[in-house]
Design a protein around this ligand. Structure first.
Ligand code: OAD
Length: 247
């Protein structure tokens, strides 16, 4: 396994107590969720950078909500795959495991992971533009016509982070801490091009973590990875986590 001349990765994992895991859209691909930069990544011809922005929402909230409505409907039919489940199992045997995810689909939590830092929010939550307390709208169909409105009359928006917006400070600080403290840092299914998430792998690397990339395609983060697996996440994680025991 792996391409480094280091200790076997499973042995490092078996000894590690602090494990950081950065995930992106690729980990949910095997659940049927299209990635952003893959071949199904465009929605009606638009890349995410044109849909997931405050400007797009200001210009045409109904259009942006149609995009999120489409993703929510699609996600409602998706289930965690063996990669999500292997990470939940990893946390069970290694309670010092923390997932930092760029995904808004909630599939890690559905698989049973508890220590999950959501950098980009969660698509099942909506919030009022005027700042009423956040409405949890889990899986409920959106009220029509789009865009949905709060009881106060203001527009509701998805409680996700858009391009150009700052990340939730607490999530970011926590993610930064995890990256600095991890002995092993798994980078799974992310193209590594969206900041600040991409920097977390570099932070972990600089702090001495063994960085492991799991992605069928090379990324800008490949060059710092100590181990690279060019395979789908479910296959690698099932193999890596299977048989690990709590110390
Ligand atoms: P991307 O769509 O940019 O990248 C997905 C990555 O997953 C690619 O590198 C694929 O090669 C890889 N991949 C595909 N199938 C895989 C599999 N079965 N196992 C492992 N890897 C696989 O998605 P992200 O990196 O998550 O942000 O994108 C980051 C952010 O950009 C998203 O959170 C979103 C997006 O636009 C916002 O909306 C703000």
């Amino acid at each position: 396994m792996g391409t480094s001349g280091r200790e076997d990765l499973r042995e490092t994992l078996a000894r590690a107590t602090r494990i950081g895991v950065l995930t992106g859209a690729g980990i949910s691909a095997e659940s049927g969720v299209p990635t952003f930069r893959g071949e199904d990544g465009l929605w009606r011809g638009h890349p995410p950078e044109e849909l997931a922005t405050p400007e797009a929402f200001r210009r045409d909230p109904a259009f942006v909500w149609e995009f999120y409505d489409w993703r929510r409907t699609l996600l409602a039919g998706c289930r965690p795959n063996p990669a999500h489940r292997a990470l939940a199992e990893l946390e069970r045997v290694k309670p010092g495991t923390t997932i930092i995810t760029q995904n808004v689909d909630g599939l890690h939590q559905q698989a049973g992971s508890e220590r999950v830092i959501e950098l980009h929010g969660n698509i099942w939550r909506v919030r009022c533009l005027r700042g009423c307390p956040e409405t949890i709208d889990r899986r409920a169909p959106l009220p029509r016509p789009l865009p949905p409105r709060c009881r106060c009359g203001a527009l509701l928006r998805p409680a996700v982070v858009w391009f150009g917006e700052t990340l939730p400070p607490r999530a970011l600080a926590e993610a930064d801490r995890v990256a600095r403290e991890s002995e092993v840092f798994l980078v799974i299914g992310t193209s590594g091009v969206v900041e600040p998430a991409a920097s977390l792998a570099r932070i972990a690397w600089s702090a001495g973590a063994r960085v492991v990339e799991i992605n069928p395609e090379p990324t800008p983060l490949s060059s710092i990875a100590h181990d690279v697996f060019r395979e789908p996440a479910s296959r690698v994680l099932t193999r890596l986590v299977g048989g690990l025991e709590a110390p």
